[in-house]
Design a protein around this ligand. Structure first.
Ligand code: SER
Length: 894
């Protein structure tokens, strides 16, 4: 009878119990006291301190089956899961250990005995690898292990292969215990030709067991130091060995996964799992089954989906599964949560914590899935709207900004956006996406997933007085926070994320509404990119990532705040001017209720019972700009709180606790104790400000809205962003004036007239009956295999009305439309619209069509391949032009 997964686990453990090992239960997936690890990723994690000689073992030989997750961190298999049949995020690792007891000989002999004698695996399918040594590290080849394979087993000597450092020197992480290893691989090829495929990344030959001979500790400086004793650490991929012993084609065909697939197949109408490698439905089955197990186990062990660290990895896993379910299995609504009882049923006997925590797991997944479902729907909605907008304007490329928004706000990976776009015949502007991503990185301190330090003990204090000086400073690295620990020794290699503490800094830590600075800490040969700065007590923390070199505790770095800080200062000074101007225009009843000052914009909330009227907003904007143009000095004063409180007209936020002495920022007076009052903007503030108002450049309000009952919010731009905004609006205005052939001042009147005209047209009986013959008379109908091509007269000479009518005709099935209309001013407008198919077939382009015909009516013009318009003066020639247009297209189609 076929062994079940539970039988196999039992037999492994029994085999080593009989050889003097003690059973140790799996440790939690949440590594205890180890900030270097996201999740428990190997059986040996719980024994790390024993290997390092910091702890004495309870028994010199142990055996267990350990729950592991390899997603995020050094060993990360997340993206492979689903696409092959032997990777998992969550998996079990069977292992046996010797702590300073037996070494290579027994480890090799027993492994061989279990595989070939107890389980009877065919020897000709097994291969062993041995470490070939590394000159760089000064390590000799592991001749001892190679000899032992020949001596203590009857393996075919040609099945012993030498392997490099990547495959045959096992390391737990950037630091920690490590050593040469000898792996056992299984050859699935039908003709036993797998020898050359060992370690070649080929799915036909798969590693099943790794025997590590722990001899070294990798220290923070990258060096290897010998361990006090030599140990054995073996790890066998449980799902892989079950696959071999159950004689099935994939890890996902073993009984545990079969059970989850059965449950999943009841939730989809896409059909059952068929085990294919490149079928998106089967990939989705594997992804979802794997992720459902991973989520159930991780949450049962106390990991909660969140925006940080391991919680974030879990969130990504859940979202990946949810997305595959919707996209490839067509499942609507939550479904991962429905798989939890099956996982618990299948694995709860071995892992009792699943049964105990089942309700909590269900609640957590349900809440997370629901909230992601809403996000996903909103994202799809945004995508559809954008696609419509693009199609309407004949564009073919989704802007990078939109792809980024879908990614950052709605969790859509770019490959999904590209896929969805491709389904609509659109491409995605990936260069624009990268740009948006970089911009976001620069300003990510303005909101979103903020770095937070929660109760980290032992943080030093930082002298941050240089933050007001605008000059870069040199500072010493005191340590860094990873997880909830402050680490003061060692180094951070490239790729590490942490929050670095320095003895001094010129970075501004988020406070008083002003966002934390971004920038870089630089040293010879290295750089740490700071994405956000926060404070915890007296300590300033620079959150970010080592992008080059290694960051060492104790080293000196140069602190360079990003140039966007000047933009933040513009916005901060402008916020004070806005606060003042609002009171001037709306009266003393307004009070600040919150603000956010970032490099890209400022947001100011204040108490006010009704919407601010358009003319009031303009007045406020004008007042602020007047003070900017007046180039007034901005002065800073440190004053005893009691004295400062007496300054006439000072703005302090009610309920806020101010330090004593307090920092006072004054505009309109350089001595607020002597001269103050109405005309002055004076505030208690710890933020960074310009020296003169004129540096703000330009102040532009972009929105006014309600945020809560009685609280309004103004969002405004300054400097570069304000200029860009004005240019953009101006561009739109110019486009409209040219499209509608009206002066800017006439535009509102023109649009009202057009709306009236459209309304009238819609009211006409023919239009009501569903026909639009009234607006457009196709005088020439040309047959084509792509649909009819219509040419005729439009009763409106309005370009926008004509475009809309062309659209309608296209929607009704026309492959191309050409119409000409005469406007009130006797001018002619020609409009051509051509389907993508016709353009792609190289048969007809709207631009060429219009260009060829426009001269007949005394005009010129052209446009894009799918849509073009042109104007002409000679209304009398319209009929002639339409006949010519019909002849032109007939010739093209023939
Ligand atoms: N620590 C080794 C591995 O994870 C063997 O257990 O592969």
């Amino acid at each position: 009878m076929k062994l079940t997964c539970n039988d196999i686990r039992r037999q492994y453990i029994d085999f080593f119990l009989q050889r003097g090992h003690k059973f140790v239960p799996s440790s939690s997936l949440l590594p205890a006291d180890d900030p270097t690890l996201l999740f428990t990723n190997a059986g040996m994690n719980q024994f790390k301190a024993i290997f390092l000689g910091q702890e004495r073992p309870g028994s010199a030989r142990v055996v267990n089956s350990q729950k592991c997750i390899r997603a995020g961190g050094k060993h990360n298999d997340l993206e492979d899961v689903g696409h092959d049949v032997y990777h998992h995020t969550f998996f079990e690792m069977l292992g046996n250990w010797s702590f300073g007891d037996y070494f290579k000989a027994e480890a090799i002999e027993w492994a061989w005995e279990l595989l070939t004698k107890v389980w009877g695996l065919p020897k000709e399918r097994l291969h062993a690898t041995v470490f070939e040594g590394s000159r760089d590290e000064g390590l000799a080849p592991d001749a001892e292990a190679a000899d032992l394979w020949r001596k203590v087993t009857d393996i075919d000597p040609s099945h012993i292969h030498m392997g490099n450092r990547k495959d045959n020197f096992w390391e737990m992480g950037e630091t920690g215990p490590c050593g040469p290893c000898s792996e056992i691989h299984y050859d699935f090829t039908p003709d036993l030709s797998g020898g050359p495929l060992v370690n070649a990344g080929d799915a036909r030959v798969v590693e099943i067991w790794n025997l590590v001979f722990m001899q070294f500790n990798r220290t923070a400086d990258g060096a290897l130091s010998p361990l006090p004793a030599r140990h054995v650490d073996t790890g066998m991929g449980f799902e892989r060995v079950c696959r071999v012993l159950q004689g099935v084609d994939s890890n996902y065909d073993i009984d545990v996964f079969r059970g989850i697939f059965d449950a999943l197949s009841k939730l989809t109408s896409a059909g059952p799992y068929t085990g294919k490698l490149d079928d998106t439905k089967d990939i989705a089955y594997r992804v979802i089954a794997d992720h459902a197990r991973c989520l159930t186990f991780a949450i049962a062990d106390g990991v909660i989906p969140s925006n940080e660290g391991r919680g974030y990895v879990l969130r990504r896993i859940l979202r990946r599964a949810a997305r595959y379910g919707r996209q490839y299995l067509g499942i609507e609504g939550s479904f991962i949560v429905k798989l939890v009882p099956t996982v618990v049923e299948l694995m709860g006997e071995t892992f009792g914590e699943l049964r105990k925590r089942q309700d909590a797991v269900i609640q957590t997944i349900a809440a997370e899935e629901e909230s992601f479902g809403r996000t996903l729907d909103r994202g799809i909605d945004l995508f559809e709207r954008q696609v419509k907008r693009l199609t309407d304007s004949g564009k073919k490329q989704l802007p990078g900004e939109v792809a980024f928004d879908l990614y950052a706000t709605y969790g859509f990976p770019t490959d999904l956006t590209q896929l969805m776009a491709a389904e609509r015949g659109l491409s995605v502007d990936m260069a624009g996406y990268e740009e948006a991503m970089n911009r976001h990185r620069e300003t990510s301190s303005a909101g979103g997933d903020k770095f937070k330090v929660v109760a980290v003990a032992g943080l030093p204090s930082t002298d941050d007085a240089p933050k007001y000086s605008h000059k870069s400073v040199e500072a010493r690295v005191l340590g860094w926070v990873v997880g909830d620990k402050f680490i003061t020794e060692g180094m951070l290699p490239a790729g590490s994320k942490a929050a670095v503490a320095l003895d001094r800094t010129c970075f501004y830590a988020e406070s008083g509404g002003q966002v934390g600075d971004s920038g870089a800490l630089a040293w010879d040969g290295g750089e740490f990119v700071v994405s956000d700065t926060t404070s915890a007590g007296q300590c300033v923390l620079h959150a970010g990532e080592v992008v080059a070199g290694r960051l060492q505790a104790g080293q000196v770095v140069r602190c360079q705040v990003a140039p966007s800080r000047l933009d933040t200062m513009r916005n901060h000074t402008a916020t004070h001017l806005l606060n003042w101007a609002l009171r001037e225009v709306l009266g003393d009843g307004i009070h600040q209720a919150g603000s956010v000052v970032g490099p890209d914009r400022l947001r100011f909330d204040f108490t006010h019972g009704q919407a601010v009227r358009e003319e009031e907003l303009q007045q406020v904007e004008t007042l602020v700009n007047q003070r900017i143009l007046a180039d007034e000095p901005v002065s800073v004063h440190l004053l005893p709180l009691a004295t400062a409180m007496k300054i006439s007209g000072v703005r302090a936020v009610f309920g806020e606790k101010y330090p004593d002495p307090v920092r006072v920022i004054a505009i309109g007076t350089e001595d607020p104790l002597k001269t103050a009052g109405r005309g002055c903007a004076i505030e208690f503030c710890g933020g960074t400000h310009l020296h003169r108002t004129s540096v703000v450049g330009l102040f532009k309000i972009v929105s006014e809205e309600s945020v809560a009952k009685g609280v309004r919010r103004i969002t405004a731009l300054t400097g570069r962003e304000a200029v860009a905004h004005v240019q953009q609006s101006d561009g739109i205005l110019r486009q409209l004036t040219s499209e509608l052939r009206a002066g800017a001042a006439d535009l509102p009147q023109r649009v009202v007239a057009m709306q009236k005209e459209l309304k009238e047209l819609r009211k006409r009986p023919a239009a009501q009956a569903g026909g639009s013959e009234d607006i457009f008379n196709p005088q020439h109908v040309i047959d084509s295999s792509y649909g009819n091509i219509l040419v005729g007269k439009a009763l409106s000479g309005d370009p926008a009305v004509m475009r809309a009518e062309c659209d309608r005709q296209r929607q009704k099935g026309a492959a191309a439309v050409f119409m000409g209309g005469v406007g009130e001013d006797a001018k002619v407008t020609l409009t051509a619209m051509v389907s993508d198919d016709l353009v792609k077939a190289g048969l007809c382009k709207a631009g060429d069509w219009v260009k060829a015909i426009a001269p007949i009516v005394g005009g010129g013009g052209g446009g894009k391949a799918t849509l073009a318009q042109a104007g002409g003066r000679d209304g009398a020639k319209l009929e002639e032009a339409l006949s010519a247009a019909a002849a032109w297209v007939k010739e093209k189609m023939s």
